[in-house]
Ligand binder design. Structure first.
Ligand SMILES: Nc1ncnc2c1ncn2[C@@H]1O[C@H](COP(=O)(O)OP(=O)(O)OP(=O)(O)O)[C@@H](O)[C@H]1O
Length: 563
């Protein structure tokens, strides 16, 4: 029962968060109730017609036929109008949830998103949101059906209290069955969603790694894994539906037995003149509706269990705090140029418990290029991830102009720190947008940097020049070209700190020279950190730092050596 209460609260809290038009919901609900009440009068009219036949009263037959026809027309029109409103509203609710989820994922600190299974995120947006929006209308239907159940009950009591008493005996029995089956369905649902999440991840990884799958000719193995995944999911689904089915069969058997008992009792009452044939037919109809609602509840119960699992998953994403949004930097400092970064007693351990840094100290100052060197896995990328706030799990202090990095919002940092990561990515948007990434950058600046990076000639020969869309009609750049576009993306906003991670790995010697000359220029007014395994020849003094034994240290001997 506690679980039901929790889910109930969660459901209404989520509804509150979403911008669902309450007036539309109320209107839909009222029409549903009206149409249902109208259809409930049918059995009574029908019963009266039968009684009219028995007593040969044509007037009764005629009038009841007319009432039935009128009720039918009005409830059909209402149903039609309502269905249209429901479809419109359900799509808008679904989109609303999807938007809220997608937004929450984008706002979430990267260190948190990184830990969440990507398949799960896709499932959150795609399937959890659909389940949630559908339950909203199922719940409305539940309200309507419950009302119709109560009205049916009133008619039943009006026709025959004894028969009604026999019918409602089923209630506690079915209720216990729902509670028990609900628990079973929920545990199956949790297992199923986990499997589905990992299946989505498998698909996501297979498509990302398609090249390797083809190169190493492991399509058969991947097919096998796909089949296994699908079969496991199917099995879990079948288990879940079996529980539902067994529940329905048990409830069906219970209601059948009670039905027969009712018929015997009704015949007895008719023989004793306490019930008419017409009213027996009407009672049967109402009790069928009454039991129909119970069956509907059993189906809905399994859906509610599914939704409660989805609700919790949606809640975990939507309610997650967005650390990156907190801004604790005063106005003066917000607009100041970054002059220095002081790292004091920095320690960082990965989520897989690898200690990358331990009590390390180092300072970085403006007008300098810092070459960050170190063996593979020593922590170069981790340092850049921490400085760009992609990772915020560290102890010690990182002071930017004397203020702790954690006090800067991601938004503020975005304008001050540019980071070119090892995974170079171009989006399916235009080249100009790929470089500006929707920041306020004049086309002229984009063209200038592209000229210096030998990209301009290539771009102006494309059909739509800088407005040409990547991935459209198969357009794509080579690895080195993409790397240069990502480099341009970091440069155009003119930040205070540049973080470059292996940015020349795919670039040829001639272009490397151009990139180095640009780095020299930008370092005149910025802090540049360049993580690399290469021995670059710079024309300005550089500071070489080595990352090893969980520390970052400046190698003073290398100062000026490259000049
Ligand atoms: N997301 C992560 N989750 C868990 N461990 C990680 C993660 N990223 C990196 N690590 C671990 O942190 C350590 C430092 O990795 P990092 O990528 O910073 O090294 P690196 O010096 O940049 O290596 P390379 O030169 O090969 O790029 C490694 O032991 C790595 O296994």
């Amino acid at each position: 029962m506690k679980d039901y209460k929790k889910d109930f609260v969660l459901f209404f809290n989520t509804i509150k968060k979403l911008n669902i038009p309450k007036r539309a919901i109320l209107l839909i609900l009222s029409i549903m109730i009206m149409s249902n009440v109208l259809s409930l009068a049918f059995p009574l009219f029908f019963g009266n017609i039968i009684n009219g036949i028995v007593s040969k009263s044509f007037y009764t037959i005629k009038m009841n036929l007319l009432y039935m026809f009128l009720c039918f027309v009005v409830s059909t029109v209402l149903d039609y109008k309502n269905q249209k409103m429901i479809i419109k509203l359900s799509y808008s609710v679904e989109l609303n949830i999807k938007e809220e989820l997608f937004n929450s994922i984008l706002e979430m600190p990267y260190s948190r998103v990184y830990k969440i299974d990507k398949g799960r995120l896709v499932n959150n947006i795609e399937s959890d949101s659909t389940i949630f929006s559908s339950i909203l209308f199922d719940n409305m239907n539940l309200v309507v059906q419950t009302i119709s159940m109560i009205i049916s009950l009133i008619f039943m009591v009006y026709i025959s209290p004894i028969l009604t008493l026999v019918t409602i005996v089923t209630f506690p029995i079915t209720f216990m069955i729902y509670i028990y089956s609900g628990r079973m369905i929920k545990s199956k649902e949790i297992e199923y969603t986990k499997m589905h999440d990992s299946f989505m991840s498998f698909l996501y990884e297979s498509l990302s790694g398609l090249k390797s799958i083809k190169i190493f000719k492991v399509e058969n193995k991947w097919n096998e894994m796909f089949r296994k995944n699908v079969m496991d999911i199917n099995e879990k689904n079948i288990e879940k539906f079996n529980v539902q089915l067994v529940t329905q069969v048990i409830i069906g058997v219970v209601t059948f037995l009670i039905n027969n008992l009712n018929i015997i009792l009704a015949i007895y009452l008719i023989f004793n003149g306490r019930l008419s044939l017409g009213m027996m037919t009407a009672f049967n109809e109402y009790s069928d509706r009454f039991k129909g609602v119970l069956l509907l509840l059993s189906k809905l119960n399994s859906k509610i269990q599914q939704v409660s699992v989805s609700l919790r998953r949606v809640g975990e994403i939507v309610d997650s705090e967005s650390i990156g949004k907190i801004e604790n930097v005063n106005d003066k400092e917000r607009y100041n140029k970054i002059e220095k970064i002081e790292i004091k007693n920095l320690s960082h351990t990965t989520q897989s418990s690898i200690e990358v840094f331990k009590d390390t100290n180092i300072n970085f100052y403006k007008n300098n290029i810092y070459l960050i060197k170190g063996a593979s896995g020593s922590g170069k990328t981790s340092l850049l991830n921490i400085l760009s706030k992609l990772i915020d799990e560290y102890t010690g202090e990182i002071l930017i102009n004397g203020i702790e990095l954690k006090c800067y919002s991601e938004e503020n940092l975005r304008n001050k720190v540019s980071y070119v990561t090892q995974d170079h990515y171009m989006f399916s948007i235009s080249i100009r947008e790929n470089i500006s990434l929707y920041r306020d950058v004049p086309l002229e600046d984009i063209e200038n940097i592209c000229k210096r990076l030998n990209l301009h000639e290539l771009i102006i020969n494309l059909p739509n020049q800088y407005d040409t869309v990547i991935n459209d009609e198969g357009l794509n750049f080579s690895g080195g070209q993409i790397q240069r576009v990502c480099f341009a993306r970091a440069i155009v906003s003119n930040p205070d700190v540049y973080l470059f991670d292996e940015i020349t790995s795919a670039i040829d010697q001639k272009n490397i020279e151009d990139v180095l000359r640009i780095i020299e220029e930008i370092s005149a007014n910025a802090i540049v950190l360049l993580a690399t395994h290469e021995n670059f020849k710079f024309n300005v003094p550089i500071i070489e730092c080595s990352v090893m034994n969980k520390r970052i240290e400046t190698n003073e001997l290398n100062l000026l050596q490259n000049v």
